[in-house]
Ligand binder design. Sequence first.
Ligand SMILES: [Zn+2]
Ligand SMILES: [Zn+2]
Ligand SMILES: [Zn+2]
Length: 314
Amino acid sequence: MIQEKVGRDRNTGIMEELLLYILDNNIDEIVPKFSFQLGFFYPEIMKISTKYRINDQELLEMLVKHKYAIRELHDKYVRCPYCKSYRLLVQLKCPHCGSTNVSKVTLVSHVPCGYIGVLEEMNISEGKRICPKCEKKLGAKDKDWLQIGSLYKCDKCGELFEIPSVQFKCVTCNKTFGYKEAEYENIYKYKINFEKIKSLTKKILLKSIINELKKDNVKVEINPQLTGLSGLKHTATLQAKKDNNSLLVDILFEGEIDDIMSIYGKIIDLGQPNHIILIPKNISEDLSLDESQLKIVKYDKISDIPNLIRKKIK
Ligand SMILES: [Zn+2]
Ligand SMILES: [Zn+2]
Ligand SMILES: [Zn+2]
């Protein structure tokens, strides 16, 4: 039971780190890439999957399970049924005798005499192909002779056929197999559900702030109840305390920037010297703020916030 809970908590932690990483890097789709060494892999999430030694697929399925991502078919590929490798060589086979000794040939018609046959099988005289029926030179393409199509010819049994059989040879385990035995695997991509993630961002962020500050023995209270000079009740995103130092923090995300005016009023009413507001860097440039009254801290990425607060409390 306890083991199970530990595993679940660990996975939640990993997933939350991944969600912050997705938000910070604006990843809207996680698309697989292929390498002969790794097979299909997902470069966008590799930083997290290698850090925690967790399988890419397992990590992505966690996102899907919690509806943070939607799984979509990216493509389908053949893989070896014996060792699951995608490192395959493709061979063509004669459907009649099974030999791989087949050649592609050109079917032509000689216009003057109406002969139909295989171009590559005609005799050559003085560098020119000779028609086996009228024994004259074949002449000019598209005028004296026409290409009707391409065929395969078995060099073992002599059979002519339009569609050869396919055989795969696995480079990894050396076994051969046909399309009947082949595994035809779905390869998925993952679309990020930003709406769902954003509703959770603050919760994840607060959790990581608490964890980060715990290392420095800083206590964090979320949404503390405070009374202003006017007697009005206020709250802030969090209050951090270490020894006799205290820091009040309000955190604004991109969509919440209009709240800055009410925060301004609150800061004046509370009159606490250590009250900072964290706002996104890209937004703050368009904003004219009275920085003599407001202690603004600009953040570039959401994942930078815990460390920015950490620096302020020291
Ligand atoms: Zn194999
Ligand atoms: Zn054959
Ligand atoms: Zn002819």
